[in-house]
Write a protein that binds this ligand. Sequence first.
Ligand SMILES: [Zn+2]
Length: 280
Amino acid sequence: MNKFFLFFIVLITSCTNLPLIEKASYCSFPAHKPYPGGMVNYRFMDSDIDLEKKLIAEGLKYEVCRDNSSSINLLIPIPLSFEKEQLKISLSDELISSIDIENRFYRESRITIKNQDLVKPPDSMQKRIKEEYIKGIALKNIFTDQNLKGREMVIPVTGIKSSEFGVRRYINGQPRNRHTGLDIAADEGVSVIAPLSGIVILADNFFYKGNVIYIDHGNGLITSYSHLSKKIVTLGQSVSKGQTLGFVGSTGRVTGPHLHWEVFFLGIPVNPEIFVKEEI
Ligand SMILES: [Zn+2]
């Protein structure tokens, strides 16, 4: 085995344990959606890229996936905060590609809440909120190089899209965190299913998210389901695509029953809609 091939095996973490025949469909999905909150999926021919050199994508995290014997796909989640018009891909110091980053409109949501207890959580809750925040960061950054069964998802609940991913939120004129999930409104008790197979890495109750489940689908792909009325899976459980996880509810900080669905790739929240083929 030559040096080049050895290096390649180390680099292609996304496909290391997969049989060759299954790799193609994994690498080409999701499609190239180069905007903040989307994902770059860029194909390089082997002849155009020397992978013995260090690949740099302006400090963004990336995954390299072999699509076929003569090309690789570079998958890069684009953070909502990314402001450049081009993403430069370099090998060591050599620029090999500039990917145009599209401008995407994200609407503003401005709400007024008079009850201050709802605007600012009570001091007695601050310790719990901080612990849950730290736990959330650890969960979305989990990377296991096994178990990936593709990336194409089904919609986890039948309902109406009530708030898109990426909305710029303001409460009483003060900017809040961007909306890093997709809200689907449905009646209390409607089933929430796993959009893709994986392992349950959290089944808990959080102050803001209420009853919440996180699933690790493998290779840096993590999803979460918040505000459930009830969860019926447990930590460590293996779930298959379409299996019921729990039911729509309004637990945590919400105004009505809905599912807050998040998708993280390599720790970065991305628009869940790019992972499903149907319209939500
Ligand atoms: Zn939400």
